[in-house]
Design a protein around this ligand. Sequence first.
Ligand SMILES: Cc1cc2nc3c(=O)[nH]c(=O)nc-3n(C[C@H](O)[C@H](O)[C@H](O)COP(=O)(O)O)c2cc1C
Length: 346
Amino acid sequence: MSTLRTSLTSLLGIRTPIVLAPMAGASGGALAGEVSLAGGFGFLAPVYRGLENFKNEFDIARSTLNRPSGPLPLGAGFLGWKLEEAQSPHVALLELALENGVQAVWFSFGEDLGRWIELVRSHDEKHGKTRKTLVFVQVNSVDEALHAAQTWKVDVLVAQGIESGGHGSASSPPVLNLVPQIVSALPPSGAPPVLAAGGLSDGAHLAAFLTLGAAGAVVGTRFLFAQESLYSDVQKRAIIAARSGSAVRSYVFDRLRDTTGWPAGTDGRALAMPAVAAVENGADITAIKEEVAEGAERGDPSSVIAWAGTGVGQPNRLQPAKDIVRELHEDAVARLKASFALIGDE
Ligand SMILES: Cc1cc2nc3c(=O)[nH]c(=O)nc-3n(C[C@H](O)[C@H](O)[C@H](O)COP(=O)(O)O)c2cc1C
């Protein structure tokens, strides 16, 4: 197997620069563990059903990785605004991840992410960790990237474009623009690796972003098609049936399920739903919410929110996560080799 070596693979000691996004409701211990086992790097997301549930996901990750104790070669992702709520139970989830010896933590969508980065660094110091916990921060603009690199000295920047599934900044540029803008704004040496996130669903995308200066790809939606993803059966059926172009951005998804505490300007991309279109066209949300709740109860796919990025439409079946990593890697290698073949010397 050919290797793909980047600053990210050296930093994490992994074989391929493919990172599973910490997707709430999808990235559990089995999925994160399989991605890391396959040579990439998996992030768990807390499922927000409490500490016991998160502990259970760590147990699953440990058994998947056959690491009953000691540090774990995967990470855990946290939403800043959830940590920042008064007496937030999420702080205990972050501490649990650190106690489990995760190799990296990921922060996004908060007003005060520096506070949580500080907590991670104090934890490392208090426990005399020789290998520090790496900090990933997801950003949506050059200014955010520079702040994260210069003020917080993060280890990895994730450049999240408008194509991304799940939540993101409504004003984020396309990832094709954002990645090179961030790479060229950072100093040529000593800067953190920049990863591309948003709509990346095959090896050609990974190859393209490596040539644009990214050190790797963060992949979310494509891993929703993994057998190990925690998406429900009805969500999996919906994304398999989805056509290209059917994942849309809206603030209404959160209004329908009463999860509206996100930082200003954060909307989300999910499969289009008749209910979302109706509310956007002025229908009364209270009545629509009831209809959606009833539909979801019946397992009606058009009433279930399936967060997904612009990469839907191409994959049309579930696969083991390790096969997805292998396919992305091998396809990227083949594309890069084919590109080099274009170059000739006079
Ligand atoms: C179902 C789903 C849940 C997500 N949950 C989170 C989350 O909890 N925290 C976060 O930082 N990003 C989350 N994201 C966004 C990802 O971090 C990443 O930016 C995105 O998946 C990349 O785009 P893609 O889905 O097109 O690959 C989520 C994305 C999806 C699809």
